[in-house]
Design a protein around this ligand. Structure first.
Ligand code: NAP
Length: 348
């Protein structure tokens, strides 16, 4: 799922050219089109446009463990976490890696990056030289953390966030192809548990909103309580968020803080960045995944239903957000991180 979005986003990207494709040994030796063709003969390409498939369909796929690193300036990794742990370490000995996997997210010398939220954490990659690496590994967050961290970042900066309760309604594409979610289980249903997800959302949000000091990140002092569910939506995670702020804020002040967020990111240096990092709507029937997930190329986080929330205490607010899990939450979000690393002189 994420790999296809990478190819779609890298096709015609101004800074990056795809020159090699890796996958598991199962796919090695096939063309990309053959590798994504199911036993029924169906080509399992899920991106709306087929231009990238036309362009890369005949490219050979190599065993990711045998990938030749010569001539590569960056590797985008979108593999399961167990495979990522070994592969990304071996790549990072020579080449920077930007990853959608969780394998390194919680290591003390590894930042989890969203440029507008914590681009300054990227300096931490220099600490990875102590591993003997000439490259580094930078993961993006879990796709459910992404929208939450983007929405909380301006609130944390302006008012302080003490605690947040989030309930997610996550799209089936978030489970990927390999493990996947079976239609028979999810259609006409809500699955109330996604293994490991709630812990990731809580931990990653605090790390993203934390401070870089002495070659590590001091997590933000806030408590996040997550309930993560899977729903029969193709793409786009919806999240209902209740927040206790440290200082009082009106709904208008919350809207102003959200709308001002991310405006310092330059679209010239960050061509994948959304014009509006937080798109705030006042129609009470929005955001909806089908209507809002593709806003700004799937890179905007759309927020609506901003209200005061007395149940969260005197400074409580609540809102609903939608974030595209395979675009901002995966491939395009990782490419945006690479653009930011390049701007900071951390990529060749
Ligand atoms: N889907 C999302 O919305 C999303 C969002 C954020 C982060 N992520 C993360 O991104 C990663 C990929 O997720 P996905 O949804 O794209 O999964 P996916 O559709 O199941 O794709 C997994 C890919 O990993 C490859 N792979 C598996 N084992 C491998 C190995 N040992 N060596 C090399 N390649 C291997 C597979 O290759 P074959 O095709 O050869 O089997 C396949 O291309 C995961 O870590 C996931 O948590 C996903």
């Amino acid at each position: 799922m994420a790999g296809q979005q990478f190819l779609d986003a890298l096709d015609q990207h101004p800074f990056f050219d795809v020159i090699a494709l890796g996958a598991s040994a199962r796919s090695a030796g096939k063309t990309y089109r053959e590798a994504i063709t199911q036993s029924s003969g169906q080509v399992a390409w899920y991106v709306d446009a087929s231009r990238a498939l036309d362009r890369y369909g005949d490219m050979p796929v190599v065993d990711a463990a045998q990938l030749k690193l010569d001539g590569l300036d960056i590797i985008f990794s979108a593999v399961e976490t167990d495979a990522a742990r070994a592969l990304e370490a071996s790549y990072a000995t020579r080449v920077p890696v930007v990853s959608t996997a969780s394998a390194y997210r919680y290591d003390s010398d590894v930042p989890i990056l969203i440029p507008a939220v914590n681009g300054d954490h990227s300096d931490l990659v220099k600490a990875q030289e102590k591993r003997g690496w000439r490259g580094f590994v930078v993961p993006i967050p879990n796709c459910t953390t992404t929208g939450l961290a983007i929405a909380l970042a301006p609130l944390h900066r302006v008012f302080g966030v003490e605690r947040a309760i989030v309930t997610s309604l996550q799209a089936v594409s978030g489970a990927g192809r390999s493990s996947g979610v079976i239609g028979l289980d999810v259609v006409d249903n809500v699955i109330p548990y996604i293994p490991g997800e709630e812990e990731k959302v809580a931990r990653e949000t605090c790390k993203l909103l934390g401070q870089l000091a002495n070659d590590t990140i001091e997590p933000a002092d806030l408590v996040v309580s997550a309930t993560c569910t899977r729903v029969a939506v193709l793409d786009g995670h919806t999240e209902s968020v209740n927040v206790a702020l440290r200082t009082p804020a009106t709904v208008e002040e919350v809207v102003d803080a959200m709308q001002a967020f991310g405006k310092d990111i330059n679209p010239g240096t960050h061509p994948s960045a959304p014009a509006d990092w937080l798109r705030v709507l006042d129609d009470p029937f929005r955001p909806q995944p089908r209507v809002d997930r593709d806003a700004d190329g799937g890179m905007a986080t759309t927020v609506g239903r901003i209200r005061l929330d007395p149940a969260m205490g005197p400074n409580g607010i609540r809102f609903v957000l939608v974030s595209h899990n395979t675009k901002m939450g995966a491939a395009k979000g990782a490419i945006l991180v690479a653009e930011d690393l390049k701007t900071r002189g951390l990529l060749a």
